[in-house]
Design a protein around this ligand. Structure first.
Ligand code: 8BR
Ligand code: GLC
Length: 459
């Protein structure tokens, strides 16, 4: 009587699994209280669009031709290609993005009612970060039509423009150009959706986009050296939308990176990959851009495509994934972050603990976004904290460690990093019935990196 018993240590009545989950919950709480996203100064380029989210239901599927059981169209030229691309996404249960020729794009746009929301990785990340931080984020995007600009109204996002006496910075919502809005159609399907031989294991989507390429603002290069010292991190994304002359466009991205480093040698340059069906394009992204960046973020489907391009045939699951991440690092980046359902992995050169804590922050943001079906803010993290840690995630990490290290230490599954191996891993918080999935990967990746940098370099 009167003795305080620790709930975690030396109490055989609490099963080991529960103790492990409790210790993860406490790591999550610590990361949330540290508010690591508050001070991140970020620059974002290149894509802002309008997303039109269409629900995939029986009615919509009945309007499509019978899909192939194995095709993976590289481009959508007719409605059969569209059905095949959707079937591929459902069968593999991966987020797919595919470019559609104008005629079929017009047809696709009429397939069902939609809900319009802000889209494009840059717009999503800018909205997210500006909800969490004290300072503004700077965005560069090729097109700011009136509707897209309006979607920035509640953010702290800024646009930098060259002017005769240096650089001019204005709120993003005021930067309106005379351009047509660009919309992407997001076909979101629920768990259990059946099409051809596939059945979706979880909610996911296929994104249909037009052929319109991103056009760089011609004079953006002029402001970069002056802009670079104002930020800690540059998130680059949207490279899959750089049209058919993509080699020229990627060379320009490489030049932007050179100018950023010239202006700020300490800057971290991150590339967020997205799904592309055109693997030749991905090969060029790897060759021209990935070699120049510090950090890469991607999901498991994108990693498989990267492996294909590099000629690797890795095993499924975390073992093959770490192999893939190592191959990516072989190209130059010093950090690769993989997000997947139930767990995230991060390979880093340097200390592993900040990478773990960064990912915990990313997982909270991801769960908050899934609960909300939109872009979360700091207040939404309380609800995310209450989502339990994924048991499957913990089990995957354990199994991986046993196979990889051939030992039963559970260091990764309990502590979240293997010291000296440059590997961090976290089980995430999976929301059983997410309200939405669009942009989740971008939010998870950007917040993981921004938080990691804050833990690495506390001010
Ligand atoms: P992409 O956008 O790159 O596909 O990444 C989506 C990520 O969102 C997944 O890797 C997973 O981590 C996260 N996610 C999804 Br999808 N559904 C989720 C859910 N219900 N709860 C928490 N995270 C989820
Ligand atoms: C890609 C798509 C865009 C979507 C985003 C979400 O950038 O082009 O439509 O909003 O991914 O991740």
């Amino acid at each position: 009587m009167g003795v305080i018993i620790s709930p975690h240590r030396n109490t055989p009545s609490v099963p080991r699994k529960d103790r492990e989950k409790d210790s993860w919950e406490s790591l999550y709480r610590n990361v949330k209280s540290a508010r690591p996203l508050a001070g991140c100064r970020a620059l974002l380029a290149y894509n802002t669009v309008l997303d039109r989210v269409v629900k995939v239901d029986e009615r919509l599927l009945s309007k499509l031709p019978k899909p192939s059981k194995s095709r993976r169209p590289r481009r959508v030229r007719d409605i059969q290609d569209f059905a095949d691309a959707l079937a591929f996404s459902i069968r593999r249960n991966v987020a797919v993005e595919v470019v559609c020729e104008p005629k079929v794009f017009a047809e696709i746009s009429k397939l069902g009612p939609y809900k319009e929301q802000i889209g494009g990785q840059v717009a999503i990340i800018a909205n997210l970060l500006s909800k969490f931080q004290r300072s503004a984020v700077i965005v560069h995007a090729d097109r700011f039509d009136a509707r897209a600009a309006a979607l920035y109204r509640k953010t702290k996002a800024l646009v930098a423009l060259p002017s005769h006496d240096g650089m001019r910075i204005i709120p993003a919502e005021k930067f309106v150009e005379e351009v047509e809005p660009e919309a992407h159609y997001i076909f979101e399907y629920g768990t259990g959706t059946a099409f051809a031989s596939g059945r979706a294991g979880r909610k996911n989507r296929m994104i249909a986009c037009p052929t319109t390429p991103i056009e760089f603002q011609t004079d953006w290069e002029e402001v970069l050296p002056e802009l670079a010292p104002l930020v800690d991190v540059a998130f680059l994304a949207g490279l899959n939308h750089m049209g058919d002359d993509y080699e020229g466009a990627f060379a320009r991205v490489a030049e932007h990176i050179r100018l950023l480093r010239l202006g700020n040698p300490r800057i971290t340059v991150h590339l967020e990959l997205t799904s592309t069906q055109e693997l030749m394009k991905l090969e060029k992204i790897l060759d021209i851009v990935v070699r120049k960046v510090d950090s890469v973020g991607l999901n498991e489907g994108e990693l498989r495509d990267v492996m294909d391009c590099l000629g690797h045939k890795p095993e499924r699951g975390p073992l093959g994934q770490v192999e893939g991440m190592l191959a990516l690092m072989g190209l130059g980046p010093k950090r690769v972050h993989l997000h997947t359902m139930g767990y995230y992995l991060c390979k880093v050169r340097g200390k592993e603990e900040p990478a773990r804590d960064g990912m915990l922050c990313g997982a909270l943001v991801g769960a908050a976004a899934a609960l909300k079906g939109g872009i979360p803010g700091p207040k939404d993290l309380d609800a995310a904290l209450r989502v339990p840690v994924s048991e499957r995630g913990v089990d995957m990490l354990k199994a991986f460690e046993q196979v990889w290290l051939r030992q039963d230490t559970d260091e990764l599954a309990t502590k979240g990093y293997l010291e000296g191996f440059g590997l961090a891993a976290v089980p995430t918080k999976v929301v059983p019935e997410p309200k939405g999935t669009v942009g989740l990967g971008d939010m998870v990746s950007s917040s993981s990196l921004a938080a990691e940098l804050a833990f690495r370099n506390p001010r």
